[in-house]
Design a protein around this ligand. Structure first.
Ligand code: SF4
Length: 541
């Protein structure tokens, strides 16, 4: 049996390829990005056997995966947790249409917000959509769960969510591979009306989804990923979800936990196992990364007096990711923490790369606004969000993908004129375009600065859907041609860039300023690859 050393993300990608994947769709977002990148670099994708593609945003990626599933093939869609908010319309409705070919939706959560705006828990979305959720506890399970998830999806004709967290996505372990299996043939749904969510069909489909809930619960009861282990000390029973199981066992010699433990890797909750644990113990402790989803559920359906502890009562902190020390404290064990973090690994604030084009854009913007009151610049999500830090202190908001333009419009509607939006090229095509349309319709007095570095830089330089199209899009949306201005963000063009920015900020309508220069990291990578290609073709000649 072949074994590979894989990141959690890579284990999911390899699992999908080996399980007969036909297509993977995604918008890059930490910590999910490496799943799609791994498939893109695979021989299966390079030979055209598997489609691997970045979408303009998570919703388009979700819909493309649903289309592939409609055609009977196995599809995966990947996103970070906040990306699921963007895909939510298609995602929740996909539970009603159902799946035809296996459809696995990977949502990568980021408890402790290592690189995110919040730490929302995607399991709530899976529960909200009423679909099965899988949550691996290690890289091997992540690999195995993809096979299992496709089978579960095809058995019940339902999308399946695979929920992971940063710690699993970005840590490495040996993974034993299974036999790879062939892709599905194209096969249309037996019921050709299944994917038409007109009310009459949607009602029927929704009832079908509700009827299937009992089957999903019983599948959880029989799942190889849910396991109840009995032990002598019944003063407390422990429910450990996904990765939390590892944090639990690390506190005991030989990983032997003296209390009964219910390990959860599949939802909806296996109700009988939960009840058996509850009935046999004096109290319960729930360990879960993210929100207190399981704790809330069991407090609801087991409410007969025994204490249920976890994040809700403060036994476990309400926010942040779990670790073995937090679990030790929750169990009343000695806290093994005690060593200070050496200065060399203490956290340092991130900063723009030396020579990053955004530096020159912010220098010009700050100077252009110097004579006005502060607090007029609405930003978006990307490397340029670092403009909030010193020495720039150039932006005043960062809320969600696309919010810069619409927030600037709202502020201008309130009378904060001029107002400026700062957005990257990839974020603009992700969800900024519709906001620009709103501003054009309202003739809002805003200046939109689209920082075009020809890539999705923050997540490592993936393709941006905007490359070569920004001016055409702005024109088509209705921005006046003479108020779409291109700048070259370099120090030597500072005076000219400043003059153009000041002209457009003074314009009492929608103007777009596009500072354009390739991200220096992407440019360096491109030049390295070009050189390598030249050397290879020279050697072959
Ligand atoms: S990765 Fe590119 S865009 Fe991001 S800070 Fe560095 S140079 Fe700037």
């Amino acid at each position: 049996m072949q074994k590979l050393l894989l990141l959690g993300d890579e284990a999911i990608a390899q699992g999908a390829i080996d399980a007969g994947l036909s297509g993977i769709y995604a918008y890059p977002g930490t910590p999910s990005t490496e799943i799609t990148e791994y498939v893109m670099h695979s021989k299966e994708a390079k030979s055209g056997k598997v489609v691997a593609s970045w979408g303009a945003n998570e919703k388009t990626a979700m819909e493309a995966a649903l289309g592939m599933s409609y055609a009977g093939k196995r599809a995966m869609v990947c996103m970070k947790h906040v990306g699921l908010n963007v895909a939510a319309d298609a995602f929740v409705n996909s539970a009603i249409t159902g799946a035809n070919g296996g459809l696995v939706v990977v949502a990568a959560d980021d408890p402790s917000m290592h690189s995110s705006q919040n730490e929302q828990d995607s399991r709530f979305y899976g529960k909200f959509a009423l679909i099965p959720i899988l949550e691996p506890g290690n890289q091997q399970e992540a690999y195995d769960m993809v096979h299992y998830g496709f089978d579960l999806s095809e058995k019940y004709g339902i999308p399946v969510m695979l929920r992971i967290t940063t710690r699993l996505a970005h840590s490495r372990s040996g993974v034993a591979l299974k036999e790879s299996r062939v892709q599905n043939e194209i096969r249309l749904p037996e019921n050709l009306r299944q994917f038409i969510l007109l009310p009459a069909n949607a009602r029927r489909q929704y009832k079908h989804l509700l009827t299937n809930q009992a089957a999903f619960i019983s599948a959880s009861g029989a799942s190889p990923f849910n396991k109840l282990t009995d032990h002598k000390d019944k003063s407390i029973g422990i429910i450990a979800c996904g990765l939390a199981y590892n944090y639990l066992v690390e506190n005991f010699p030989g990983h032997e936990v003296p209390h009964p433990v219910l390990r959860i890797g599949q939802y909806p909750l296996p109700e009988k196992m939960v009840r058996d644990l509850y009935d046999s113990c004096d109290s319960l402790l729930v360990l879960e990364d993210g929100y207190p989803l399981v704790e809330e559920l069991i407090r609801g359906f087991l409410n007969n007096g025994k204490p249920v502890r976890g994040r809700l009562d403060g036994t476990v902190p309400r926010d942040g990711e779990l670790n073995p020390n937090i679990v030790a404290r929750a169990l009343g064990l000695a806290d093994t923490r005690g060593r200070d973090i050496p200065a060399i690994v203490s956290s340092r604030p991130p900063s723009l790369c030396k020579g990053c084009p955004h530096i020159y854009s912010y220098n010009a913007l700050n100077e252009a606004l110097a004579s006005l009151s502060k607090g007029r610049v609405f930003s978006d999500i990307g490397c340029y969000t670092l403009g909030a830090l010193e020495p720039f202190d150039a932006i005043n908001s960062c809320v969600d993908m696309g919010a810069s333009i619409t927030m600037a419009k709202g502020a201008a509607d309130a009378g904060l004129v001029p107002a400026v939006a700062v957005i990257g090229d990839s974020t603009f095509t992700h969800s900024g375009m519709t906001g620009l349309l709103d501003a054009v319709i309202s003739k809002s007095p805003i200046t939109v600065m689209i920082l075009d570095n020809a890539t999705t830089a923050m997540t490592g330089g993936q393709n941006s859907a905007a490359v070569g199209k920004i001016e055409d899009i702005c024109l088509a949306i209705g921005v006046e041609k003479e108020h779409i201005r291109i700048l070259n963000p370099l120090q030597k063009h500072h005076e000219e860039n400043l003059r153009i920015m000041m002209e457009e900020i003074a314009y009492p309508g929608v103007s777009v300023v596009i500072p354009r220069r390739e991200c220096i990291q992407t440019a360096a990578r491109r030049l390295r690859e070009e050189k390598k290609k030249q050397e290879t073709s020279k050697a072959e000649a």
